[in-house]
Design a protein around this ligand. Sequence first.
Ligand code: SAM
Length: 228
Amino acid sequence: MGITLTERLRTIANMVDEGCRLADIGTDHGFIPIYLLTLGKIRYAVASDVHIGPLDKARENTLKYGVGENMRLCRADGMEGLGQDEVDTAVIAGMGGELICRILERAPKSVKTLVLQPMTDLEDVRKKVHKIGFTLVQEKIAREDNKFYIVMKARRGACPYWSEQDYLISPLLLKDEQFGAYMDLKISQASHALEQLEGSGREEVIKHFETIKTCYEERRKQWKQCRM
Ligand SMILES: C[S@@+](CC[C@H](N)C(=O)[O-])C[C@H]1O[C@@H](n2cnc3c(N)ncnc32)[C@H](O)[C@@H]1O
């Protein structure tokens, strides 16, 4: 019996290119590489994690689904445990954006494609991706238990100019069906923050939230126009 992935994990797995050699960094349960190997979508995988507990879990699942032959388990910080030309694609999912940015700084040259799903600091992750010589090519929204997760795909290569607004809310998301609902949530979160800040005198913070709220509203309008 194959693995059934949650919507978030399935969105990540679907963005991985067919036939690639994949590293799943911070693999935990190992579900992404195991799922892709059982489908025959990828040739080889490294499931890497900094902690031993998750690797034990991944090992158990590897045996359960019979994909041990094409998957190497690796205990390492970030991408440190990867061989020089072992993989061409890296997935880094379910971690904070700050940690993902740190891990990305040490990406080996052989990695040509990234699939990232940061839990926080999306703006910083987008900036880091471009700074280290990749360009964002696709972003998708996964909705699971009424939460929104953004999955990003990037390839090595020079990137076009992106404004601050683009880094905050990626133009690549305008193609996503769920973008309107995602923006509604972001606008209501910004409005709530502004309500809380009313009368606080924290002008800088208030200005920050007003700016991002305007940005969300503009992007939402753009998304609606794209669909007319
Ligand atoms: C919340 S889990 C996410 C698991 C899986 N990637 C997912 O999206 O469902 C985060 C995993 O990252 C691992 N991790 C944390 N810091 C790491 C690092 N510096 N290098 C590699 N793995 C790390 C943790 O041990 C944990 O298994």
